[in-house]
Design a protein around this ligand. Structure first.
Ligand code: PHB
Length: 388
């Protein structure tokens, strides 16, 4: 009897050991995205890119099986925070990733800090996000990074008087501020700054105001997914016919929607870090593989943030060999330099933010399709927001 009990105990112990080993051999990524609601295109693009990266690079890294857990936060920051908490406490994820909008990233930052879990921001783009936790690494972009290039281009191209129109929250306020400062420095003038609500905006009354003000150009920032509505209203109110140019960060001519925007989009100049038309061999392969895996869907800048975020996670896991927990993983994320479908990029070890080329692009029709065609580049742009 005694002996049988003893054997039973040994069997149980070894079972537990196997169980623990199985868990140790799993590397969990908690991917929180807006899969429904106003930002659903961001979720769809990033999830597709993450799955493409895994399909191309395998799901075993440094001897660990990668397990992806996708959660829909419907782009509500309270939901993001709750889901992040559950992923850390119950699922014991090794990394948190995703974050479609700035409020979602900011709501999660304290959880990353307290649990020492690296948090890879693949979408949200307000400059200050990386300062909200030492565990945040960003693979998307920042609005100051994208806006300054356009404020250098505009006055050299006959655009002196500009009205700005931005979504009234973090990234919009960054875009407004950095565009205005740089344009003013270059001898131009922002004559009026308009802000529209993030949720359910009606652009029509604002655009009517712009039409009456008759600036040389309207500078726009709206988050990915809202660009087509702005473009439609811009045409319907006759701003293009009135000779007002539309310029903005590339969020407004988002590759996810651009092809359906029609003639009004042709000629629109934007500045951004990614275009599906970026003419590198790596990008051509990326666009083709992404389309093949997703019924012809064209990747946008959100997709590239997700794809590169996975690269940063995979390489950090290889370097740290899965040892040393969140701190070792974070250390191996800092300083990574690599070629992305967007061009060369770099995770600055000091700021944990992305350093990358910013392109000036013009919407053109190529083979019957609308694309953001790059015509100039500013190399290795650090986030100008960090110097403040
Ligand atoms: C953000 O909320 O930080 C954000 C969302 C969508 C964008 C850019 C920034 O296109």
């Amino acid at each position: 009897m005694q002996k049988r009990l003893f054997l039973h105990a040994i069997a149980l112990a070894s079972l537990t050991a196997t169980g623990a080993m199985a868990q140790d051999n799993t590397f969990k990524i908690g991917l929180i995205l807006p899969m429904t609601g106003q930002q659903a295109t961001t979720g769809r693009q990033i999830e597709a890119a993450v799955r493409l990266y895994m399909a191309q690079n395998g799901d075993t890294v440094a001897g660990k099986k990668i397990q992806l857990i996708v959660k829909d936060d419907t782009s509500l920051p309270d939901a993001t925070r709750r889901l992040a908490q559950e992923l850390v406490v119950n699922d014991k994820v090794n990394v948190l990733a995703g974050f479609g909008i700035t409020p979602s990233a900011l709501a999660t930052a304290p959880i990353a800090t307290q649990s020492k879990t690296p948090m890879v921001v693949m979408a949200a783009a307000t400059s200050s996000i990386t300062q909200a936790s030492p565990y945040i690494v960003r693979t998307s972009f920042t609005l100051p990074q994208a806006s300054v290039a356009l404020a250098d281009w505009a006055p050299k191209n006959g655009i002196k008087k500009v009205v700005t129109l931005v979504s009234d929250y973090g990234p919009g306020i960054d875009a407004e501020k950095f565009f205005k400062e740089r344009l003013t420095f270059n001898g131009g003038q922002v004559t009026e700054s308009l802000r529209v609500p993030l949720r359910g905006p009606d652009f029509a009354p604002f655009l009517q105001k712009v039409r009456d003000a008759k600036p040389d150009a309207l500078f726009v920032f709206v988050p990915s997914g809202a660009g087509a509505a702005v473009m439609k209203q811009f045409a319907e109110r006759g701003l293009d016919k009135a000779g007002i140019k539309l310029i903005g960060t590339g969020d407004v001519t988002d590759d996810d929607q651009l092809n359906d925007m029609g003639d009004v989009a042709v000629g629109v100049v934007t500045s951004h870090h990614y275009s599906a038309a970026h003419p590198s061999a790596m990008n051509k392969k990326f666009v083709e593989a992404f389309g093949k895996a997703n019924k012809g869907l064209r990747p946008n800048f959100m997709a590239v943030g997700g794809y590169d975020g996975m690269r940063v996670i995979y390489e950090a896991l290889k370097t740290s060999k899965g040892q040393g927990g969140g701190d070792a993983l974070l250390a191996a994320m800092k300083g990574q330099i690599f070629e992305s479908p967007r061009g060369k990029m770099f995770i600055d070890a000091q700021t944990r933010d992305v350093v990358q080329d910013i392109y000036l692009r013009k919407v053109e029709r190529k083979d019957g399709q609308l694309y953001n065609v790059e015509f100039d580049v500013i190399k290795d742009v650090k986030d100008p927001g960090k110097a403040k």
